[in-house]
Design a protein around this ligand. Sequence first.
Ligand code: NAD
Length: 276
Amino acid sequence: MTAIILDGKKTRDEAIPALIKRVKGFSFVPVMTIIQVGERADTASYIRSKKTFADKIGVEVRHIQVPEITTQTELIDIVKKNNEDSSVNSIIVQLPLPANIDRDSVIDTILPSKDVDALTAFNVKQWSDGQFGAILPATARGVHTLLKKYNISLNGKKAVVVGRSALVGKPIAAMCIGEKAIVTVCHSKTPDLAKETLNADIIIVATGKPGLISAEHVKAGQVIVDVGINSVAGKLVGDVDFDGVVEKVAFITPVPGGVGPMTVLSLFENLLDLCE
Ligand code: NAD
């Protein structure tokens, strides 16, 4: 038996008409400012996919690109200007930032009401506390929406989240707790990863390590969500050895076409929630 594919691209595309309708319901064009420091190729590609999606649903993206040598004070000033600009509904500072800039000082300058990535201290506390109505970082929201679309419930299930980053692993773990899963978070210091993953109903992997999860880490009936995006020999792959596990498990996300498109969709759902 081969696994059912959790198709993020199809799910995202099916959601577009509802988003267009929501955008048309506003008396203004929603605006997302994206601030990019430097010229990382992966960041540029993420911004391109956000712009393409924004065009499809009638949202404006204002892309501000500043050089790598920009100081923290200069960057904070750009954020403040966008906070004060009433035509701007949301602000993203693309991560990672250069080493000379303190991430938290910059992120916490963003007004929580414009913090579409939900990464300011205020919003992190909201979603960590499982506050009703709080926006979730886009990848966690995307995973949640995709599981729901395929009627996969987390309630009472054992979820193993591999990866504990502030942007991805932690919000996904918080989302799983909010959905009443029994959650284990694994990371680079987990001594026996297979022991943990073999005990799971749902495995969600976000490590940036291609092929980390292989046939020996999975068993029949499991749901595998692969958040990883890695470029290997010019090809995009996830953190899961897809070909090695697809015959064994019940559901799996592909890379590309799984969580990536859901993250973009969720980011714009967050924006429209902020506008309402
Ligand atoms: P990160 O480097 O900040 O965190 C990686 C995490 O993986 C850490 O917590 C680390 O402890 C853990 N880890 C590393 N090696 C491990 C190992 N051998 N065993 C167990 N855990 C290990 O990365 P991140 O920002 O969380 O991103 C993770 C991956 O998700 C990357 O591939 C990134 O490109 C991808 N990503 C995808 C989307 C999407 O929309 N699909 C969005 C954001 C990030």
